[in-house]
Design a protein around this ligand. Structure first.
Ligand code: THG
Length: 369
């Protein structure tokens, strides 16, 4: 028997938990001390459905850190090497967040409401303590809270049609990583064209625990003949799309350059952020290891529950942290971190996975554009 997850108030439920259970969730992980579904039917069935239809995902685990006050923008610029100076009030930015050594603390989506109000939509780490620490130490004029906001993602090729049915034509004019407000259940909710898949879609930042079930039910009612299903971030699809998972594919031990996020870093500009010295050095010298895609030989693969060594002969030259069988590519696809001398595209290495040693080939990310 598989071990089961013991749930208590410390592992927080979401506004959608009862609906997710009723929809037949088969597995969860814990993310930001909260339940995140990982499987409904099977990884592969969920994958095929996501790529053809539309799914509604309980991604309440994408917790918001709300920063308000006159020093908000200065504070947020201090935690990221990405230049925020040209960001507009209706924009979202994917931002690496780094510590004083340039190590990654999180890779959230920053949501700008105005110069004086922001949300940081975090990946799995307690980022609020770092941000509060900086604000207190620097005596900044800001308030920092985790508001009662619970994101619900609408993902898949039929996401536009489902959103049009519920919120009207206008919503579909929203551009990638832009947001606007919608009115539902007597409240305003922020909606962005974004989400942790490459199938297109939206994220509704549900405003208030109480609106959760009403919103869920409305979407399922409107989507009946669209074959709408409950879903969740899908391991296979996100590897194919090269979407990184903080805590798995990169950690505090890695810089954004190692994570392949160098395009979001401007350490040589005039922006003022913590870790600038460390990143400046690395932007000149280049990282000594970096994220890569890998094709691993074989017709199936077990879940990567801890990093697998990547070797060249007897030498360890990297690690694999995410892997899955891709039905559409008919190959095992993986994400790993590979040493500089071995990271060239096409290079052949070995991966020590639970089934034994397998040959693997380095490739670029994403696997599918
Ligand atoms: N949406 C929101 N919050 C989140 C996530 C999300 N917080 C946690 C986690 N996901 C953060 N990690 C990511 C990783 C990738 C992306 C978003 C959040 C992403 N990347 C696009 C890509 O790589 O193609 C676009 C990046 C860009 O060009 O700006 O979307 O999913 N709210």
């Amino acid at each position: 028997m598989q071990p089961i997850l013991s749930i208590s108030p410390r592992i927080r439920s979401t506004p959608f938990t009862e609906r997710v259970k009723a929809a037949g969730v088969k597995a969860y992980t814990v993310y930001n001390h909260m339940l995140l579904p990982t499987v409904f039917n099977s990884l592969e069935e969920d994958y095929h459905h996501l790529k053809k239809n539309v799914q509604v995902w309980d991604v309440s685990v994408e917790r918001q850190i709300e920063i308000q006050g006159p020093d908000s923008q200065t504070l947020i610029q201090m935690i990221t090497p990405r230049d925020l100076s040209k960001m507009r009030d209706d924009q979202c930015y994917y931002i690496p967040v780094v510590d004083d050594s340039g190590g990654m603390l999180n890779d959230p989506v920053a949501v700008k409401h105005s110069q004086n109000k922001w949300w940081i939509s975090i990946a799995d780490s307690d980022l609020i303590y770092w941000i509060k620490g900086i604000a207190v130490a620097k005596n900044m004029n800001v308030t920092i809270i985790e508001p009662d906001i619970n994101p619900l993602a609408i993902q898949g090729p039929k996401a536009d049609e489902l959103m049009r049915r519920v919120f009207g034509d206008e919503i579909t004019s929203l551009k990638f990583f832009r947001h606007k407000k919608i009115h539902f259940n007597g409240k305003y909710h922020l909606v962005a064209r974004s989400g942790y898949s490459k199938q297109g879609g939206y994220e509704i930042y549900t405003n208030g625990f109480k609106s959760g079930e009403a919103l869920w039910d409305r979407l399922f009612e409107a989507g009946q003949n669209l074959n709408v299903k409950a879903g969740c971030p899908n391991l296979i699809e996100r590897i194919e799309g090269g979407l990184l998972s903080y805590g798995n594919d990169m950690t505090q031990k890695n810089s954004p350059y190692e994570a392949g996020l160098g395009k979001f870093c401007s350490p040589n500009s005039s922006i003022d952020f913590i870790g600038a010295e460390a990143l400046k050095k690395q932007s000149i010298e280049g990282p000594t290891k970096q994220i890569r895609g890998l094709f691993i030989d074989g017709k199936s693969i077990s879940a990567c529950t801890k990093p697998w060594h990547v070797t060249h002969g007897d030498k360890k030259v990297g690690q694999v942290t995410s892997a899955a069988w891709s039905p559409d590519l008919s190959k095992v696809v993986a994400i790993g971190m590979i040493d500089r001398e071995y990271w060239s595209i096409g290079n052949e290495l070995e991966v020590i996975c639970p089934s034994g040693k397998r040959t693997a080939k380095i490739t670029q990310l994403p696997f599918i554009k």
